[in-house]
Every structure is written in C-alpha cells, then in structure tokens.
Design a protein around this ligand. Structure first.
Ligand code: COA
Length: 270
C-alpha cells in the first residue's frame, strides 16, 4: 500500500483520508485500487460500524489525476475500458458499502471528488468548500460518477453543471442536496461529523444495511403492486429479526439497545 491514503481505526469508526495534498488529493489508478481495497476491508471488519472519508491538506479531492488521464489517452480502447472500470468499481463499492458512509468535505471537491461525495450516505461541508464537474471543460465527461451524482443533484441540475463545468459554492451544493449540512469552519465541521457519527452508532447496523437496500429498491421506481409487496416483505422480515426485536424491546423496557455503547462510568465519589 502506498502512502496516498491515511487509514485509522478508532473504536467503531474507520477513517480513510485521501493523502496527496500536493495534488489536492487527485486520484490515479493506484489510489483508486487502494481506496477500493480499504473500503472492502472496513466492510469486512465487524468492529467498524461507520466509515468517514476525508481529504488531507487544502482540498477534499481534485478528482481524477490529470497526469493519469493524459497517460491513458495513449493506451488502446480495451486498456482504457479496463482502466475506467477501476473508477466505476470504486464508486459502486463506496455507494453500496454495507455500512454507513460519511464525507467530510472541505476546500475543492472537483470531478471525481464530487462523485465520492455523492456516493457517501451523508455529506457535510465547510461553507468555504467549492464544487465543480469540470470534465466538459477538459473535453471529458463525468461518466463513472454520473449515476451517483445525478441521483444526488437530479437530472435538471446535472444538465447545467455537467454542461457548463461552472464552479458552485457550498450553499448551492446544500441547496441541490449534494451535501446535507454546512459548517462554518474545519473545527465546526469535525464537531458536526462527530454528532452525526454518534447518531449513526445509536442505530441498528442491520437496520441501516436494510435501509440502504430499501432506498435502492424503491428509488425512482413506479409504485406497482410488486413494489408494495416488496416493502411489506421487508418490514415483515426485519421486525421479526434479532435487531428488530431487540430495538423495540429496548424502547419499551426503557433501556439501551444491545448495539449502543454503554454510558461511560461516572468517576467514583471521593
Ligand atoms: N490532477 C493532477 N494534478 C492536479 C489536479 C488534478 N486533478 N488538481 C490539481 N493538481 C495539481 C496542479 O497541477 C498543481 O501542480 P503543480 O504544483 O505541479 O503545478 C498542484 O496540484 C496545485 O494545484 P493549483 O492549481 O496550483 O492549486 P490551486 O489551489 O490554485 O487550485 C484546484 C486547486 C483543485 C481548484 C485546481 O488545481 C483545479 O482546478 N484542479 C483541477 C481539478 C479538476 O478539474 N478535476 C477534475 C478532473 S476530471
């Protein structure tokens, strides 16, 4: 593993920080492969319940490394297809991760950086963060990230920002739904991320996974009798599941559910 990623496991939180600050955390094929691997290993570790993605230095991520893009232009179509699948696989791995994912966004999030934000379940940005889908200005298109970005900002906004490559600010990202909340500065951002992680850790991991699958199953689908049947099936299944039973019982018995960390012990009286 190169040093392009900083990885930290702290209690139930897996943190991965893009760590090429001198390139504004632009990612090439190597970083893409490594990030995919790290996400998969967090997914497989029972102790990790929430994944936080951030960037070191001035930016969250300047997207695809343009030196890599330039290099790939000289390769065959088949090689380009194979290579492009790496980025598509990363986006899918992040978007479909079986655990909640959080993007901590500051500075620039451009191109693929916007893709990473859109793939996370929740994103919070500083008010000074800036965003752009610059691909068209470079003669490219935001292909691999498009399913997730269009899902996040909608087709209408995608038409504008994919075609104009205009930069937009954090307030606009918030208005479009790309980010869920804004923080005044980095310190406030960390505080908000901390509160968000606490909320995520208070919920049932099995329910969170089932909720992610539910969203994918119902989003943009017509409400047919099959879909209604499917939603009934899902709630019927989860309410008789171990965590469904435990969560409801814990509420009624006025106690913490088994997945919630116990309250820290009060210091002994002198
Ligand atoms: N790929 C490769 N290198 C990149 C990069 C990228 N996506 N983004 C920034 N860099 C490099 C710059 O080339 C520069 O390298 P140098 O020091 O060798 O000249 C270095 O990072 C610092 O960037 P610079 O532009 O001087 O910093 P800035 O603070 O003025 O601007 C950005 C930062 C991110 C706004 C600006 O670099 C930018 O617009 N980058 C392009 C992002 C982009 O379009 N990404 C989508 C790709 S599909």
């Amino acid at each position: 593993m190169s040093d392009s990623l900083a990885i930290e496991r702290k209690g139930s939180i897996g943190r991965v920080t893009l760590n090429r600050p001198e390139r504004h955390n632009a990612f090439d094929d190597v970083l893409i492969g490594e990030l995919t691997e790290v996400l998969r290993s967090f997914e497989a570790e029972d102790a990790i319940r929430v994944v936080v993605l951030s960037g070191a230095g001035k930016s969250f991520s300047a997207g695809a490394d343009l030196n890599w893009m330039k290099r790939m232009a000289g390769f065959s179509m088949d090689e380009n297809r194979r290579d492009a699948m790496g980025l598509a696989t990363l986006m899918r791995t992040l978007a479909h991760l079986r655990k909640p994912t959080v993007a901590r966004v500051h500075g620039a999030a451009y191109g693929g950086g916007v893709g990473l934000v859109a793939c996370c379940d929740v994103a919070i940005a500083t008010q000074s963060a800036s965003f752009a889908l610059t691909e068209a200005k470079l003669g490219l298109i935001p292909a691999a990230i498009s399913p997730y970005v269009v899902a996040a900002i909608g087709e209408r906004a995608a038409r504008r920002y994919f075609l104009t490559a205009e930069r937009f600010d954090a307030a606009e990202a918030f208005r479009l739904g790309l980010v869920h909340d804004l923080a005044s500065d980095a310190e406030a951002l960390d505080e908000k991320i901390g509160d968000l992680v606490d909320s995520l850790l208070a919920c049932s991991p099995a329910a969170q996974l089932a909720a992610k699958e539910l969203i994918r199953a119902v989003a943009n689908r017509p409400v047919t009798s099959e879909l209604i049947q499917d939603t009934a099936e899902r709630i019927a299944k989860i309410r008789s599941s171990p965590e469904g039973r435990e969560g409801v019982a814990a509420f009624l018995e006025k106690r913490r559910a088994s997945w919630v960390a116990p309250e820290p012990e009060a210091p002994a009286a002198p």
